[in-house]
Design a protein around this ligand. Structure first.
Ligand SMILES: O=P(O)(O)OC[C@H]1O[C@](O)(COP(=O)(O)O)[C@@H](O)[C@@H]1O
Ligand SMILES: [Mg+2]
Ligand SMILES: [Mg+2]
Length: 330
């Protein structure tokens, strides 16, 4: 087998720089900073079983969820890379209660991130991920960071992406001009373009939902799941949003994390889970909804706000929305 030849992530970012509205290189630098941090996190994840880095950290995050050591390590690595990179003024992270103000008066961008997604899968050697969104700050440079800088609707994203730490490690991102995926070559320490111009199938035969929630979901969704079963669709649920989303993006399918009686707004976070993946989905020809409305048009009202999520092949998302609507009418 030959060594990989082709376009490195770095070269690709450089070649696309002129696509950006202001083309001054800052956004490119942020993408490079994220790629660098992801390589470090990838290394930590790969040796998690051998070191004392796996396991619980002994505290809970703002969501009341138990933090894992790797959640904390990944958060530190990404924050450090974005701080040193110098282009970012504020970070919203799943692992931090408040906005992280980097006190960087020249930073034009804001990053929202889930440093490690699917962290309950770390200790069992199953795919996990990182999710990020990038926005341009809206208040003048040099002035104090305001909530309007960090709580923008998803349709204002200038870039979004995810890293999947799976059977291979991939970085997938969009700057609003399609979606491209890169696979990490460990021995060379480089991401190479492996999935150019990703397009999701318009329809699919995979549905991904935690069916343990069955007793807590509404009739419309029960009906939609019953319809999927009647059509002999495959049920696939890893329990890591990034991995479930990535599979369905490539193969055609829908991922659902619904509103439940216990959690009417669902579980997933709007700013750094739903919005980021919704931007990528739409850029790849797929769709993302909260069951009624386009995810990217939701106006955030709090930093760690949750939203139900129906994301994946456009025809499947449409059918799910329609089934929910009809059940409400009857
Ligand atoms: O166990 P559940 O309720 O099905 O939840 C699974 C979902 O929760 C998450 O793990 C939440 O992400 P975090 O690990 O970042 O908190 C998603 O990745 C996943 O899809
Ligand atoms: Mg997550
Ligand atoms: Mg997380």
């Amino acid at each position: 087998m030959g060594s990989p030849v082709g376009i490195t992530l770095d070269r690709f970012i450089k070649s696309k720089q002129d696509d950006f509205p202001f083309a001054s290189g800052e956004l490119s630098q942020i993408l490079r900073d994220i790629a660098l941090a992801s390589k470090i996190v990838n290394r930590e994840i790969n040796r998690a079983g051998l070191s004392n880095i796996s396991g619980a950290y002994g505290s809970t995050n703002v969501q009341g969820e138990e933090q894992q050591n790797l959640d904390v390590v990944a958060n530190i690595r990404f924050c450090r890379a974005l701080t040193k990179g110098g282009e970012v003024c504020a970070i919203v992270s799943e692992e931090d209660d408040e906005v992280i103000d980097l006190q960087n008066s020249s930073g034009k961008y804001v990053v929202a991130m889930d440093p490690l997604d699917g962290s309950s899968n770390i200790d069992v050697n199953i795919s996990i991920g990182t999710i990020f969104s990038i926005y341009r700050r809206v208040t003048p440079l040099g002035s104090p960071i305001q909530l309007e800088d960090v709580m923008q609707p998803g349709n204002k994203q200038v870039a979004a992406g995810y890293v999947l730490y799976g059977s291979s490690t991939m970085l997938v991102y969009t700057t609003g001009r399609g979606v491209n995926g890169f696979t990490y070559e460990h021995s060379l320490g480089e991401f190479f373009l492996s999935h150019p111009k990703m397009k999701a199938p318009l329809d699919g035969k995979i549905y991904s939902i935690n069916e343990g929630l069955d007793s807590q979901i509404d009739e419309g969704l029960k009906q939609y799941i019953a319809d999927c079963k009647a059509k002999n669709f495959s049920a696939r649920y890893i329990g890591s949003l990034v991995a479930d989303f990535h599979r369905n993006l490539l193969k055609g399918g829908i991922y659902i994390y619904p509103s439940t009686t216990k959690a009417p707004k669902g579980k997933l976070r709007l700013l750094y889970e739903a919005n980021s993946l919704a931007f990528i989905a739409e850029q790849a020809g797929a769709s993302a909804s909260d069951g009624e409305n386009r995810i990217l048009d939701i106006i955030p009202d709090s930093l760690h706000q949750r939203t139900p999520l129906y994301i994946g092949s456009t025809e499947m998302v449409k059918t799910a929305e329609q089934t929910l609507r009809e059940a409400k009418v009857h």
